[in-house]
Design a protein. Structure first.
Length: 484
């Protein structure tokens, strides 16, 4: 592996005088050793390398030559830009492409939370940058004992909209109204910690997130794309953990497609789970000519029972035969684009089913997503035979890769601070993973059994062969080439 290209990329980061800094090739070799040996601590990594002759030979160090200090690794990682780590990732990925390990046409995308180097006990309140009326609302949500611990000079302000803060207040009220026998209901720290009102002063980029069946923690969001041919990681990055998967998909697709095009490849199929389900995402993939094998969200209903839809007239029909025509678009509080259909109030006023169909409204109203056609096509794909095959392919491709990175490549926890540092750590772990696959891969050579014959010899060969094996022969004579 030739890493000499790193000298040119880091030339402007090094001076010509003063104390000699760590060699960039040595730095990245040390990092690769750490992830290949599943060592996340810089101090332990230096100690481990100093006791191994093979690693000293790999680093080009003599027995009596001291290795860099562990603090030097930490400072160098902070000073090097993210683009340098991405260049190393692109280099290893290109080697995998040249070796025939990447096809590029089918990519599987998934995400997982990775523990940040921060504790939930260190959370403090954000400053209130809202009118005085909203200040009382925030105090009703949070524990007043922690309000005094907020740092007034931290610069962290509450930027959440009012409807989200009111939703938090209702959830906190329900938490406080639980019976006294409920577990944790009487604890003084039984409060709803949210990214909208709290932050970690130790690592402000860490965000609170929760995984089903596990406790709420401060995490980073790791998004990854894996090529389904040989399980090579084609893209990985770190994001804030308080966003939905569907919000990251457009930028993920752009970055993956850009890296594939740089290696003369093109993505045609995208595999993902229901967390990436979104009408705008379906539309974006269709515009780029990519088939999205993404299951629709669980609450989506392709049909409304008792209300058939007429696509040509763009209207629904109620069980009493009255039309519900399209009335216009609107956006909800979260910004989602919706289509409204409702019946005439005069029709509903005289209907005997109004007490059960629309008891509290003037007329029956149906609200659908503006991307209903894209949802319908995605729903049909997921229930097809090929859709089930793609689901199994995604599960057998990207999920084992995540498990390997967490268990064997040092991604159980991010030991650095900041989203930029987390991104560098994830890139290096992916580089080590791809490099190990590259070293183990052995391409298989296919032997062709086709032979070329002239026309006269073909006829004699056919007649003699058919005389003995007429039922076992299937011939295809194209351009003078015999294929069996």
């Amino acid at each position: 592996m030739d890493l000499s290209f790193l000298y040119e990329l880091t030339e402007e980061l090094y001076g010509r005088c003063g104390q000699q800094s760590i060699d960039p090739v040595v730095f990245f070799k040390l990092c690769l050793v750490g992830y290949l040996e599943n060592i996340a601590s810089d101090r332990r990594l230096i100690e481990h390398c100093s006791l191994r002759l093979d690693l000293l030979y790999f680093l080009d160090y003599q027995l009596d030559e001291p290795l860099p200090w562990h603090s030097t690794l930490c400072r160098t990682r902070q000073l090097y830009p993210e683009a340098l780590f991405e260049s190393l990732f692109d280099k290893i990925f290109s080697l995998c492409v040249e070796k025939g390990m990447v096809k590029g046409d089918t990519q599987a995308i998934d995400s997982a939370p990775v523990k940040a180097n921060a504790s939930m006990e260190s959370l403090v309140l954000k400053q209130v940058a809202l009118p005085v009326e909203s200040h009382h609302l925030i105090n009703s949500v949070e524990n007043p004992k922690m309000e005094a611990s907020a740092n007034p000079s931290s610069g962290q302000f509450i930027t959440a909209p009012d409807h989200q803060l009111k939703r938090l207040a209702r959830r906190q009220q329900r938490l406080n109204e639980r019976p006294a026998g409920a577990i944790g209901s009487t604890n003084e720290k039984a409060q709803l910690l949210s990214n909208k009102t709290h932050y970690s002063p130790h690592d402000p980029d860490a965000r609170i997130s929760v995984k089903p069946g596990k406790a709420r923690k401060l995490n980073y969001h790791c998004s990854m794309a894996v090529d389904t041919a040989r399980g090579v990681i084609s893209h990985i990055r770190s994001d804030f953990a308080d966003g939905r998967d569907s919000q990251h998909l457009p930028s993920l697709v752009t970055q993956v497609q850009s890296r594939l095009k740089a290696n003369a490849l093109l993505m045609q199929d995208l595999l993902a789970d229901a967390g990436y389900s979104n009408g705008s995402n379906y539309s974006m993939l269709e515009q780029q000519g990519i088939i999205g094998w993404i299951p629709v969200f669980g609450k989506y209903k392709p049909e409304i029972e008792g209300f058939p839809y007429d696509k040509e007239a763009d209207e629904y029909t109620c069980p009493m035969g009255k039309p519900l025509p399209f009335k216009g678009f609107e956006r909800n509080l979260d910004g989602r684009l919706l289509r409204n259909y409702w019946a005439a109030p005069s029709d509903c006023r005289q209907c005997m089913n109004k007490p059960t169909c629309a008891p509290k409204a003037r007329c029956r109203k149906i609200t659908r997503t503006a991307y209903d056609e894209q949802y319908q096509r995605a729903y049909a794909r997921q229930n097809s035979r090929r859709g089930k095959q793609m689901r199994r392919l995604r599960q057998s491709t990207v999920e084992p890769v995540f498990g390997s990175l967490v268990q064997h490549y040092g991604l159980r926890r991010i030991n650095v601070l900041g989203r930029s540092g987390a991104h560098k750590v994830m890139l290096l772990a992916a580089v080590a993973f791809n490099l190990k696959k590259y070293m183990k891969f052995k391409p298989t050579k296919s032997v062709s059994m086709a032979i070329a014959l002239d026309e006269e010899r073909q006829q004699s060969f056919f007649s003699s062969f058919l005389r003995f094996r007429p039922s076992l022969l299937q011939l295809n004579n194209v351009g003078g080439v015999l294929k069996t």
